[in-house]
Design a protein around this ligand. Structure first.
Ligand SMILES: Nc1ncnc2c1ncn2[C@@H]1O[C@H](COP(=O)(O)OP(=O)(O)OP(=O)(O)O)[C@@H](O)[C@H]1O
Length: 292
């Protein structure tokens, strides 16, 4: 597999904050890298430097072995914020505007059908729903048939159905072999779409790997969950974590934990057992809850 992006010791220091402070990674062709991290971790600044929009303080970014240049700008796709859309123009006119900026493009009708824009082509973009707007912004990101596409929190603010629909579109983009860099606050989204995950905090990458390898590396236990009322007032020789009206028990020996709960006379009718998730890993590594 060819390396699409090589990032070495990338930094962006502002007078009062080290927004990005020594990020290095390689991204292989056709893979999706999910950048995760709490607010202010440096994800957007990293993406903006990779997009060529923000000048790094130091470090190196190579695209297919060469520094970022005019050719790079023709070959990458960026999902802009809605502010990049032109007011008073329809969806089709906005698409045409971006279409005209590139030498190599996908036929507009193909983009319209891939991103399901048919029903509101003649509407002013300010009259679109959140999901429709994100689909338009994705279509614009794909207008130049990019080799590498950046999606910065593409589903923030969407309802669960619109988010799932958007994931299908991203999976279709991946199926074409396009390399993707994604930032997200949704762990389910990261798990589903990313081949590789980089968790950032304080401007640095603090964990990197496939979702499965990260979980295997950091956890050997499962989570047993019971309603708190089941446990109240009982002595149980297990590490318990109170979460609102539930209690979580972390155990690498599920059989042993179940025996102890039964010996203590608990009803296990409402017991849930789940494997560890990316959300658990995120909280363990950053000490922060996810943004709602
Ligand atoms: N132009 C700027 N001038 C000064 N500080 C900045 C600038 N841009 C970003 N920062 C700071 O750099 C840090 C990283 O910001 P960044 O937006 O990259 O984080 P993020 O991980 O994308 O956060 P969020 O999840 O909230 O979008 C923050 O402390 C932010 O306030």
């Amino acid at each position: 597999m060819a390396t699409v992006l090589s990032v070495r010791d990338l930094r962006k220091h502002y007078p009062k904050v080290k927004a990005v402070d020594g990020v290095s990674f390689e991204l292989e062709e056709g893979r999706c890298l999910g950048l995760l991290g709490p607010n202010g971790a440096g994800k957007s600044t990293t993406i903006e430097m990779l997009e060529g929009l923000v000048e790094p303080s130091s470090g190196e970014i190579l695209y297919r072995g060469r520094p970022l240049d005019a050719r790079y700008r023709q070959r990458v796709g960026m999902q802009f914020q809605a502010t990049a859309l032109q007011d008073f123009l329809t969806v089709r006119e906005n698409l045409e505007l971006f279409h005209a900026l590139y030498e190599r493009t996908l036929p507009l009708e193909q983009l319209i059908s891939a991103c399901h824009l048919e029903d509101f082509l003649d509407r002013d973009h300010r009259k679109l729903s959140g999901g429709q707007r994100q689909r338009l912004l994705l279509a614009i990101a794909l207008v130049n048939d990019p080799d590498l596409v950046f999606l910065d929190e593409p589903t923030t603010g969407l309802d669960p159905q619109a988010r799932r629909n958007f994931w299908e579109l991203v999976q279709a983009v991946k199926a074409r072999g396009t390399t993707v860099v994604l930032t997200t606050h949704y762990m389910e989204e990261a798990y589903l779409l990313s081949d590789d995950i980089a968790i950032m905090d304080h401007g640095q990458v603090i964990a990197r790997g496939t979702p499965q390898s990260l979980l295997a590396e950091h956890f050997n236990d499962s989570v047993l969950e019971l309603p708190a009322v089941e446990i109240e007032g009982r002595q149980i020789d297990l590490p318990l974590v109170r979460k609102d009206d539930r209690v979580e028990i972390l155990s690498a020996d599920v059989n042993g934990a179940l025996r102890k709960l039964l010996d203590a006379g608990l009803s296990l009718a409402q017991l849930k057992i789940r494997p560890r998730t990316l959300e658990d890993l995120f909280i363990q590594l950053t000490g922060k809850e996810l943004r709602a």
